[in-house]
Ligand binder design. Structure first.
Ligand SMILES: [Zn+2]
Ligand SMILES: [Zn+2]
Length: 301
């Protein structure tokens, strides 16, 4: 335990593609259940499955897992778990969605998904010097903060651009061994399927995503921090100096893995910033944004 922090909380990351008969009914019930048990976070249900990340006290998280497991569709769901000092979310959101990850990939069949590559197998690919291409299926700002060694990092603003990236930029790798990765594995289910459908011959998806890899092999081939969409913002798995930070502060250039959203609500852009510069610049990206009348009332991040 670092700095004697008391880790009474847990953060869960989970998803499952499975046919859900009446997702709306689950949505209504799920929100109530979470509010009653002090679970916070974000859970999306759709006819195609569930995607969620939640936090809570350890005992409440255990209850949450049993609760979700009590639905026959979700009885074997894979929960990825992290210890935390406190809630990683401020509120609980439960929503009905068309896709559990928005990628305009509803027509892509999961049957064509890339072969599952375990963290150990990926580690061996690197160690043995295998000839393979590794592609980040996340957004540009996520890969800016951390990525796998030698990864191709497409400049995607959001996952809906994946199709375009594959169609326009990755054609030359069709005959190569290709590995895709994302945070917990969910985006790769369809990202890798899409590649297979487009004629890529040897496609793997990293099973359980970065999350699963850095738990087992920190200080190896993952460089920098892992971007997370919660109050923690970044998870830092590495202790080797050269692997802790790969990004540099927008303002001062020092190494960092931290980021903020510009506090001018009309700008809201993501800026990589160290903690000193964040404070010094009042959580804004420019003088113009600092002078804006439409700024967030409370510092956040
Ligand atoms: Zn700085
Ligand atoms: Zn700004």
């Amino acid at each position: 335990m670092l700095n004697d922090k008391i880790m009474n909380y847990k953060v869960l990351l989970f998803y499952k593609y499975v046919e859900v008969e009446d997702p709306q009914r689950i949505v209504d019930e799920h929100l109530k259940w979470c509010l009653n048990n002090d679970i916070k976070g974000r859970v999306f249900f759709a006819k195609e499955g569930v995607n969620g990340t939640v936090s809570g006290l350890k005992e409440n998280i255990e209850k949450y897992k049993s609760h979700l497991n009590s639905f026959s569709e979700f009885k074997d769901i894979w929960f990825k778990e992290d210890d935390a000092e406190e809630h990683a979310f401020k509120k609980m959101h439960v929503r009905l969605k068309n896709e559990i990850v928005h990628g305009d990939l509803t027509n892509v069949s999961l049957k064509h998904g890339g072969k599952r590559l375990s963290p150990e197998e990926l580690f061996n690919f690197y160690n043995e010097g295998k000839d393979f291409i590794i592609i980040d299926a996340r957004n540009w700002y996520e890969s800016k903060i951390g990525k796998f060694k030698n990864a191709i990092v497409p400049p995607m603003k959001n996952f809906r651009e994946w199709k375009k990236v594959v169609d326009e930029d990755l054609n030359e790798y069709k005959d190569k061994t290709v590995v895709t990765y994302c945070t917990g594995g969910i985006r790769c289910e369809k990202a890798s399927s899409y590649m297979v459908e487009k004629g890529f011959k040897d496609v793997y998806q990293l099973d359980g995503g970065i999350f699963n890899y850095i738990k087992q092999f920190p200080d190896t081939y993952w460089e920098g921090g892992m971007f997370v969409f919660d109050e923690r913002r970044v998870v830092n798995p590495n202790t080797k100096k050269e692997l802790i930070n790969i990004a540099s502060c927008y303002f001062c250039g020092n190494p960092t893995s931290y980021y903020i959203n510009c506090h001018n609500v009309d700008c809201d852009r993501i800026i990589i910033s160290c903690h000193e510069c964040k404070t010094e610049n009042e959580y804004c990206c420019s003088d113009e944004c600092r002078a804006s009348k439409n700024k967030r009332k409370v510092y956040h991040g």
